[in-house]
Design a protein around this ligand. Structure first.
Ligand SMILES: C[S@@+](CC[C@H](N)C(=O)[O-])C[C@H]1O[C@@H](n2cnc3c(N)ncnc32)[C@H](O)[C@@H]1O
Length: 224
């Protein structure tokens, strides 16, 4: 079994937002729960996605399924690698300016580094990457008729887009499956978190990271 520290050594310097404690939590959670299908909305450079894929791969390798005909785990990643989707909705002036400043060449570079890391780490077999928005991918995924064991929502953090992701994609989570929500401390996510807790009645499992006293990333379980 590969220790997490070896894995993190490869990804800790990727430009992105995933903290070591979150990467460690997700890695260990996946080793324990052995999901068949994981989805991440919002990859950027892969700082959270790669530890997820490494854990899914590790489970298959442990089971002797590390070959092309395997029926093991798979990780779907959604990422448009362009600025327009990141500034849709009420993300705030600072965030809008930050995303708008990334030009097409820089986005292509971020995507290129992502694929180089994926190939270099021999991870391609365990990932399906869709260069699109969660909105455009929804009809495609619906047609695929697949169910998720773990959904990580870390895309556009406006109320409208985050709500769209939760409302549209949580129905695909299996009963007993998990939802990881990033940036729960953002004011724009307040109504989204309320919706998860009051309407969906998901069971709270853990705070994964904190921003001061506030939980900034947490994990829920779908009860039924
Ligand atoms: C906060 S970053 C993701 C960070 C990454 N998970 C990490 O840990 O470093 C959000 C990403 O979501 C992407 N994004 C924005 N809108 C999206 C949408 N509608 N569907 C999918 N991805 C989206 C952005 O391009 C951006 O790369």
């Amino acid at each position: 079994m590969k220790p997490f520290d070896d894995i993190w050594g490869r990804y800790k310097d990727i430009h992105g937002w995933c903290l070591e404690e979150k990467a460690r939590y997700l890695y260990n959670h996946i080793l324990e729960t052995d999901p068949e299908l994981v989805m991440e909305i919002g990859i950027f450079g892969g700082k959270s996605f790669f530890p997820i894929v490494e854990a899914v791969k590790e489970n298959d390798v442990q089971l002797g399924l590390g070959n092309k005909n395997k029926k093991g785990g798979m990780c779907i990643g959604l990422e448009p690698w362009e600025s327009a989707p990141a500034i849709e909705g009420d993300n705030g002036k600072d965030a809008d300016e930050w995303w708008e400043a990334i030009d097409d060449r820089t986005w292509a570079g971020i995507m290129g580094v992502f694929y180089n890391l994926a190939r270099g780490g021999n991870l391609m077999e365990w990932m399906e990457i869709h260069r699109t928005t969660s909105k455009d991918f929804l009809p495609v995924f619906t047609d695929m008729d697949r169910k998720l064991d773990l959904l990580h929502i870390d895309g556009n953090h406006s109320t409208e887009q985050a709500m769209f992701d939760v409302v549209s994609y949580t129905p695909f989570i299996k009963s007993g499956g998990y939802l990881v929500m990033d940036d729960m401390d953002w004011p724009s996510l307040e109504t989204v978190i309320e919706y998860i807790e009051r309407k969906l009645k998901y069971e709270w499992i853990d705070a994964i990271t904190y921003n001061g006293n506030l939980c900034s990333c947490g994990i829920y379980r779908k009860v039924k």
